[in-house]
Design a protein around this ligand. Sequence first.
Ligand code: DQA
Length: 144
Amino acid sequence: KKILILNGPNLNRLGKREPHIYGSETLDDVKNSLELLANQIGCKIDFKQSNHEGDIVDSIHNAEDEEYDGLIINPGAFTHYSYAIRDAIASVSYPTVEVHISNVHARELFRHHSVVSPVTVGQIVGLGTKGYKLALLSLVKEDI
Ligand code: DQA
């Protein structure tokens, strides 16, 4: 299987950004450990980050043409208000899993609502960067 992993705005600053909330791992660290897991379970991943809503929408569309089997997305703050990203996810046929590193429900009220989650198969929240690994396992290993 071939899985796309998309990270939204400000996640390029992971490791430096509010480490008491997001931890000290960088996005490259996350990418490396996911590549290791992908090798172990025999799948292929592509890992991207963008600060631009339109780029994320384009990547979601292109993944359909490029025959990806699933998407893992941490849309960052777009989670809470981007109908464009929600509609892009709804427009494709492969399954999407939403990941948040922090426990958004223990934070500001505006983070409690995701406009994206109704069009995903599920959401993994508050388990740190492990959430990406769990999402990958759930998309690739049906018998987990
Ligand atoms: C986040 C939570 C969002 O509320 C925030 O805007 C982010 C990161 C998370 O991974 O915990 O940028 O998606």
